[in-house]
Design a protein around this ligand. Structure first.
Ligand code: G3D
Length: 188
């Protein structure tokens, strides 16, 4: 009986599927992060960085985080694709928003875009993971500065959120970020 119950539990838990939306301005590092995730959670060798092409249109990747299957929707960050982002907002379990911590000039735009995204009615309670990428560069802004420039406390105050310093090159912070994310998914 106990093993039957365990079997049901395992079947249920391995079937758990979540949808993650990967957003951010162009050049933030979304595609590079996704390549790293593929190699970490799909046991695939990552592409060399110089071979990674920015996403044009839609890129869907399935990853397995222990018992949770995560389907990541990478919809491209260029200005011409932003109007179509909202077509993917329904039934999203978490938003991953990538910013380039080494580009001070792009952070005001990133702040505006983040505010628009999280202000959409379909995403009003959705957990948000912000990846402050490119922290391997000496000239990168510290996490507290990135947080302040994005006004995360103001924009995300009504929902679970986490801001993680990371580098898609070294993978620092990537695992910790997804650990937070999966904890959120297990709660909901
Ligand atoms: P995007 O998908 O958000 O548009 P990409 O961004 O993943 O295409 O990355 C844009 C550029 O930033 C790429 O360089 C990529 O190699 C670089 N990059 C991504 N992540 C990191 C990181 O963590 N650290 C550093 N130093 N660079 C990163 P190129 O030269 O191809 O434009």
């Amino acid at each position: 009986m106990f093993s039957l119950a365990c079997g049901y539990f395992n079947t249920w838990s391995t079937r758990r599927e979540v949808r993650l939306l990967l957003l951010g301005l162009s050049n933030a590092g979304k595609t590079t992060i996704l390549e790293q995730l593929k190699s970490m959670y799909k046991r695939k060798n990552p592409l060399p960085f110089h071979k990674i092409q920015p996403t044009v249109g839609l890129n869907i990747v399935e990853l397995q985080f222990r018992t949770i299957k995560a389907v990541v929707w990478d919809v491209g960050g260029s200005e011409k694709f932003r109007p179509v982002w909202e077509k993917y907002y329904q039934d999203i379990n978490a938003v991953l928003f990538v910013v380039d911590s080494n580009d001070m000039e792009c952070l005001p735009s990133a702040k505006r875009v983040l505010k628009e995204v999280v202000g959409h009615p379909d995403l009003c309670e959705t957990p948000v993971l912000i990846l402050a990428n490119k922290q391997d560069l000496n000239s990168s802004l510290p996490l507290e500065v990135v947080e302040a420039m994005l006004d995360v406390d103001g924009a995300l105050k009504d929902r679970p959120f986490h801001v993680q310093a990371c580098s898609a090159y070294t993978r620092n912070g990537i695992e910790a970020a997804f650990f937070w994310l999966i904890k959120q998914m297990r709660r909901n």
